[in-house]
Ligand binder design. Structure first.
Ligand SMILES: Nc1ncnc2c1ncn2[C@@H]1O[C@H](COP(=O)(O)OP(=O)(O)O)[C@@H](O)[C@H]1O
Ligand SMILES: [Mg+2]
Length: 268
């Protein structure tokens, strides 16, 4: 068992966090890994994207975090959905939007609520992937404190670099302030790329020049496709929706690259 927790984060919305969480998760499961996805966004897009109706689910990540706050015991099966594409899921829905206020009112340990839960859960999985919400609030901090590393999907656009700076500063704070001294950045994954435009090449080069020294940038990038845009509506991953399409193939190659990187750093 790998027992690795990875936060998939970027405070910008619409950059492919959810799509990457589902696709990498299903990709790793296809490679024989035991995978659990944590939907940590009140929008519940990962939950929806795997075919569930967020509003009709009783036990969500909010229920679980509430129990952790009140120090009530939790069984490791509690609330876990077993998806037919081979991944487990802790779902989310709009209830999570009230969690931020609840966490703020906690005097000590508000950053560690999710981490305390995942400490137990990680023993059961090779990979736990946390799909973060598009903000750098205490809920996302909880993910950064709980995680071993962060994977950053970036849409190669002119304004991406500035947002990246803010995210990296937050990660640094989590490390140097002692909340999670071992937190690492796995790397940057370029998503939603229009391969043929010079814009993608220019912007990815700008980001490479600015950050490539310190941060790994994955060789594979994810192209844009209409099929990938449609897949979530059907509640299935791109692997099922458009098996032989460019995006499924890109995530397949990225999953291999991701696993290779894991080996390189002696994690496997
Ligand atoms: N490779 C892709 N090609 C086309 N559309 C995509 C692709 N990846 C994601 N999308 C679409 O873009 C939108 C944002 O993606 P999403 O993964 O939900 O981003 P985030 O979780 O960062 O907000 C969604 O509608 C999604 O279906
Ligand atoms: Mg999302």
């Amino acid at each position: 068992m790998m027992n690795r927790i990875i936060a998939i984060a970027n405070q910008k919305g619409g950059v492919g966090k959810t799509t990457t969480t589902i696709s990498l998760g299903v990709g790793l499961a296809k490679s024989g890994k035991k995978v659990c996805l944590i939907d940590l966004d009140p929008q519940g897009n990962t939950t929806q994207g795997l075919g569930y109706d967020p509003d009709s689910i009783d036990i969500t990540i909010t229920t679980i975090m509430d129990r952790m706050i009140h120090k009530e015991p939790i069984n490791s099966d509690f609330g876990v959905l077993h998806n037919r594409e081979g991944v487990d899921l802790i779902p989310s829905n709009i209830d999570l939007s009230e969690m931020e206020m609840r966490l703020i009112s906690i005097y000590i340990g508000r950053e560690k609520i999710l981490g305390r839960y995942l400490e137990m859960m990680k023993l059961r999985y090779d990979y736990i992937l946390i799909d973060c919400k598009p903000s750098l609030d205490i809920i996302t901090i909880n993910a950064l404190v709980a995680a071993d590393s962060v994977l950053i999907p970036v849409q190669a656009q002119y304004y991406s670099a500035r947002g990246l700076e803010q995210l990296l500063n937050t990660i640094t704070r989590v490390v140097v302030d002692g909340y999670n001294p071992k937190l690492k950045v796995d790397g940057i994954l370029f998503t939603l790329a229009n391969d043929r435009t010079c814009n993608f090449r220019q912007v990815s080069q700008i980001i490479r020049d600015a950050y490539g020294q310190n941060i790994h940038i994955y060789e594979n990038h994810i192209p844009r496709s209409v099929k990938a845009e449609e897949a979530p509506i059907s509640g299935i991953s791109i692997y099922e929706y458009d098996r032989t399409g460019a995006v499924a193939e890109a995530y397949d190659r990225f999953t291999d690259e991701f696993l290779q990187e894991e080996k390189k750093y002696g994690k496997e």
